[in-house]
Design a protein. Structure first.
Length: 202
């Protein structure tokens, strides 16, 4: 990656679940200072339509991700500060509402560009090491605070089960069972006793 690169994706498979479904489009920009990536700016929006079986790209009867619309593996929509028109053309050609998607994508690009500017202003004011350490400290503080909340709950295991009426294909109710275990500052959710994967998206 190089300064000015901006990545677009909506693909839950190549991103290990970053996107939950295809209408969730993500924009990611590496922020460079002195030739080093110091952080990433990230924005995402649920866009109007990315193709697929129905307008809005959300069909409860879809049985395959390809029926949900266009999968966008991580690809540069900007490279070195220059827009990749081929990527933009593909995105427009695969949407029923490309003018709305363009607005959403442009807004996300503006957001990550603003984050780039603001972070560099902070680094200029406070120093690169201090800002990077501040990010680490902020994550640690969030972890500590969450740990205190969990620790206040008595250790033990609780279970809960509920049912969805069906998956709109089989007519069979779907059991969702969750086991929650608290031990000290750790909270574990066990989904292993849920019904097997169904044919469509829940």
């Amino acid at each position: 990656m190089q300064p000015g690169d901006i990545i677009i994706t909506n693909d839950p498979y190549t991103t290990d679940g970053l996107a939950t479904h295809l209408p969730d489009v993500h924009i990611i920009k590496p922020i460079f200072v002195d030739g080093e990536i110091v952080s990433y700016a990230w924005s995402f929006v649920h866009v109007s339509d990315v193709g697929g079986l129905v307008p809005s790209s959300i069909s409860p009867t879809a049985t395959d991700v390809h029926q949900e619309g266009l999968r966008i593996p991580p690809v540069k929509i900007y490279e070195g500060g220059k827009e990749n028109q081929v990527v933009r053309t593909f995105l427009r050609a695969n949407s029923r509402a490309s003018h709305l998607n363009d607005g959403d994508i442009n807004a996300m690009i503006a957001a990550v560009n603003t984050a780039d500017i603001r972070l560099k202003e902070m680094i200029e004011k406070f120093g690169k090491y201090e800002v990077k350490q501040g990010m680490i400290d902020l994550l640690k503080q969030a972890e500590d605070r969450a740990g205190k909340v969990i620790e206040a709950i008595p250790d033990g295991t609780s279970e809960f089960a509920d049912y969805l009426d069906d998956d709109m294909i089989s007519g069979v109710p779907i059991r969702l069972k969750i086991k929650l275990t608290i031990k000290g500052k750790r909270l574990t959710l066990d989904f292993s006793e849920c019904d097997p994967q169904v044919k469509n998206s829940l």
